[in-house]
Design a protein around this ligand. Structure first.
Ligand code: PEP
Ligand code: MG
Length: 316
């Protein structure tokens, strides 16, 4: 199946009834950007910038970061956007040189944007490096683990300061939707951001109160749970009402059963691991938007994730 799908990797992800989706790559390293393009990526929907920070014994300086990010922009060129997530450590991703006091619940503690805002100079250097490396190429910056507009504005204030100096011409600013509060408040957040990117891994974890890495429970942390789907629906509807776009960059985006449901909910972009890109494109090209909308409505009406999956299975 993978070999067969490879043939469509450079074709657009257009449904049988003419609806186009963007299919992008998730990258954990800028060195992999060229490979993502080779596999048909139309953008990078999530650059996990933690790699630059983990590869060094201390926070990498401006020039080191510029060199790293430039590698991705050079591979993507002017026609493919790069969505860079600012440093997302803490929780399950500790950084040796940035110790966090012991916490009973690290997943509910200092992580993501909360941690980054404790050292704004680090965030500022990172944003400066991204803007300088981008030059006039399309850059999207998003903040991870945002809970409300206050945290977004704290990050945006830093961005505005740097952008006033560097003035990169093609930049959008967004937030990851990973905490239910942000999906619930999406209508007001959408007034302030340029885009949303739904991190279904964390959104599922925080919606269902199941540790995504739990040895016994993680199988139940299913992003197709109707509660998660409702949060996705709220996010997409709020974004589109304000003319903003929405991506999904969590694992759910490459789940064959979920692709039609996400498209039916109105998601504009799926960002998946490079290897999955041809399969995701092939799947989209085999569906219609009309049937996907019907599928999404049926999934939303199910009471459990098990029933969503059974329903999708019975129709495939
Ligand atoms: C997510 O939470 O869905 C996500 C994409 O971020 P990460 O997996 O890096 O936490
Ligand atoms: Mg996450």
């Amino acid at each position: 199946r993978e070999r067969e799908a490879f043939g469509v990797r450079f074709d657009p992800a257009i449904t049988l009834d003419g609806h186009r989706m963007e299919v992008a790559a998730n990258l954990g390293n800028t060195a992999h950007a060229a490979d993502a393009v080779e596999r048909g990526a139309e953008a990078v929907g999530l650059l996990r910038t933690e790699f630059v920070f983990m590869a060094h014994p201390q926070a990498p300086d401006l020039d080191t970061q510029i060199t790293e990010y430039r590698q991705a922009f050079d591979a993507l060129g002017h026609d493919r956007a790069l969505v860079a997530r600012t440093l997302d450590v803490g929780g399950d991703k500790p950084l040796d040189y940035w110790p966090v006091p012991a916490e009973d619940n690290p997943f509910l503690g200092l992580r993501g944007i909360r941690l980054a805002l404790t050292r704004p100079e680090v965030l500022e250097t990172q944003i400066r490096a991204l803007l300088i490396a981008a030059e006039d190429r399309p850059l999207r910056i998003m903040f991870p683990m945002v809970k409300d507009v206050e945290e977004f504005h704290a990050g945006k204030a830093i961005f505005d300061r740097v952008q006033a100096e560097v003035n990169a011409p093609d930049v959008q600013l967004g937030v990851m939707i990973e905490i239910p509060s942000c999906a619930l408040l999406a209508p007001s957040l959408a007034e302030h951001v340029d885009f949303f990117s739904i991190g279904t891994n964390d959104l599922t974890q925080y919606t269902l109160a199941i540790d995504r890495g739990h040895s016994r429970l993680s199988a139940q942390a299913d992003g197709l749970h109707p509660a998660v789907l409702r949060l996705i629906q709220m996010t997409v509807d709020a974004a589109h009402a304000k003319g903003r776009w929405v991506g999904v960059c969590g694992e759910l985006g490459s789940d064959p059963q979920a692709i039609g449901v996400l498209m039916g909910l109105g998601v504009d972009e799926l960002s998946v691991s490079s290897r999955q890109i041809p399969l995701v494109k092939q799947r989209i090209r085999s569906l219609t938007l009309e049937e996907s909308r019907a599928l999404a409505l049926r999934a939303l009406a199910c009471p459990t994730a098990v029933e969503v999956r059974a329903m999708l299975e019975s129709l495939s």
